[in-house]
Write a protein that binds this ligand. Structure first.
Ligand SMILES: [Zn+2]
Length: 117
């Protein structure tokens, strides 16, 4: 499953960051998921929940922020942001647009908890 391997790599990042900061607990993770990433947020959440058991992020909360699709138009040079699936230029209506944002999956923020401090 696509979502599960994604979550596995998210956990690699979590573990690395926790080590870097010398902490043993992750309390929250914020993921930016592009609308065009092909990922189903619900599946991502359930993958996170099953993966986190027994890890340093066992009690962590996952927050998913859906990033809208950003298009660039080679015809008029305009940029548009699309919340829906209408992938045409908002300025001139051209369909030869280029997707510049909205395909990515990014670990935007990690909240860590230090022991006993
Ligand atoms: Zn245009």
């Amino acid at each position: 499953m696509h979502e599960l391997s994604l979550i596995a790599s998210v956990f690699d990042i979590l573990e690395e960051k926790a080590r870097e900061h010398g902490v043993s607990r992750v309390t929250a993770v914020v993921l930016h998921v592009g609308r065009m990433s092909g990922v189903v947020p619900e599946l991502l959440e359930s993958a996170f929940d099953s993966y986190k058991k027994g890890t340093l992020a066992e009690g962590a909360r996952l927050e998913i922020v859906i990033v809208p699709v950003k298009l660039r138009c080679p015809d008029c040079g305009g940029a548009s942001v699309r919340e829906d699936t209408d992938f045409s230029c908002a300025a001139c209506g051209s369909r030869r647009v280029e997707i510049v944002e909205g395909r990515e999956i990014v670990v935007e923020k990690i909240e860590l908890e230090t022991d006993g401090a």
